[in-house]
Design a protein around this ligand. Structure first.
Ligand code: SF4
Length: 152
């Protein structure tokens, strides 16, 4: 049994109200129990919602209180991201889960690549940076192995 980012199995939980259905994950679902989670929804954010990114840091920094998460209209959504990460960890512990298949490049689920938010010329813009998203970082810290959909 593994956790999976809900958008990878067709749940419309992305910021834009869409999903990122992944064929390899759907094939795996035929053979293995996968528990869908969306940390941003579990953290209380609506769908659709503004896209977000980590301001000057990584998911690790957010967990340690050294960095924050902002959305594209400048709202601080750090509390939603950390709450969502802890809710996902709670689910993992309830089921004794050791592996999670997470969506690459998300500010929550990204593993090795994530979204950074910058404030320049009066507006917020996101870009891809090295590092983990907030949920991926918390799960890793608790010895849960992260597999991206690209690793399958
Ligand atoms: S937070 Fe994770 S599960 Fe939710 S939409 Fe983003 S990548 Fe998918």
């Amino acid at each position: 049994m593994k956790l999976v980012s809900a958008c990878l199995i067709g749940i419309n939980c992305r910021y834009d109200g869409e999903n990122r259905l992944n064929d390899k994950v759907m094939k795996l679902l035929k053979h293995e129990e996968l528990i869908p989670v969306c940390p941003e929804q579990l953290g209380g954010l609506p769908t659709p919602r503004e896209p977000s990114g980590i301001l000057n840091g990584s998911g690790e920094d957010v967990i340690d209180g050294k960095s924050k998460v902002y959305n594209a209209i400048g709202q601080d959504v750090t509390q939603n991201f950390t709450k969502g990460a802890h809710e996902v960890l709670k689910i993992a512990r309830l089921y004794g889960i050791k592996d999670a298949i997470l969506k690459q490049r998300s500010p929550s689920c990204g593993c090795g690549e994530t979204q950074q938010m910058r404030y320049e010329n009066g507006k917020y813009t996101s870009s891809l940076v090295k590092g983990d998203g907030v949920t991926a970082a918390l799960l890793k810290r608790n010895n849960i192995r992260i597999i991206t959909e690209e690793d399958l």
